[in-house]
Design a protein around this ligand. Structure first.
Ligand code: MN
Length: 235
């Protein structure tokens, strides 16, 4: 905008709380890694030798932990993917693996909610995945914990319980590309910057959610991610 111009309207800024502070983390872009845990690759029968790849969600797909979630339109196979989320404080292009963690502000825990039937139909037609991945409320995320508090996370259980039953059970150490390698690889494709979030892929055990399901995600050192049943209703 040049001097003298004013906006015709305002749109909300997308932010996440920073754990233990009154500050917020402004979200710029949201990237996701596809196929970063071997057991999850196997559960879909995909090629284990192919490197992981990236896709994006619109930043307003982010929803705050505990926000009311509606069952989305157009799908009868609405699946959960619990993922470690990396929050960037700076970025650049072609970031060296050795420098990558220096660009990380902190970590959160997120759900890459997926309309699996639409994703699969798109794949079959060689169309973009967007309708299956980047839809309203498709990226619930916890508060961001600064790395100076939780350290850089490279191992430890990542678990999702659905209605009290353990459904996704992995370890961050099982990531094919660790956080530093993921940042380095993504930065060869796009310039990264402060405010970017990277959902780092999901362990095995993805499955369809029903209306009313209670989902609880846990990684040690991060806030519990909860989508409770009273928050779930039909779109
Ligand atoms: Mn995912």
């Amino acid at each position: 905008m040049s001097a003298g111009q004013s906006k015709v309207f305002s749109i909300p800024e997308i932010t996440l709380p920073i754990a233990g502070s009154g500050q917020v983390f402004p979200v710029r872009r949201v990237y996701c890694v596809g196929r970063n845990y071997l057991e999850h690759i196997r559960e879909f029968g995909n090629d284990e030798r192919e490197p992981p790849f990236f896709f994006a969600k619109h930043r307003d797909c982010i929803v705050q932990n505990g926000t009311a979630l509606r069952y989305p339109s157009l799908t009868s196979n609405y699946q959960h993917e619990l993922e470690l989320v990396v929050a960037m404080k700076s970025g650049g292009e072609n970031i060296a693996k050795e420098d990558a963690l220096g660009h990380v502000f902190g970590y959160g825990l997120g759900l890459d909610m997926t309309r699996r039937d639409l994703q699969m139909a798109s794949r079959k037609k060689e169309q973009p995945w967007e309708i299956g991945k980047s839809f309203d409320q498709s990226a619930p995320c916890t508060a961001i914990v600064p790395a100076e508090t939780c350290g850089h996370l490279s191992k430890g259980k990542i678990q999702l319980h659905v209605n009290g039953a353990l459904k996704q059970d992995g370890d961050l150490a099982q990531m094919i590309w660790n956080v530093a390698e993921t940042i380095a690889a993504l930065s060869t494709q796009v310039g990264l910057a402060a405010g970017d979030l990277i959902f780092t892929g999901t362990p095995a055990g993805v499955a369809a959610c029903k209306k009313g399901d209670t989902l609880v995600g846990r990684v040690e050192g991060l806030p519990e991610l909860k989508r409770s049943e009273e928050h779930t209703s039909e779109l």
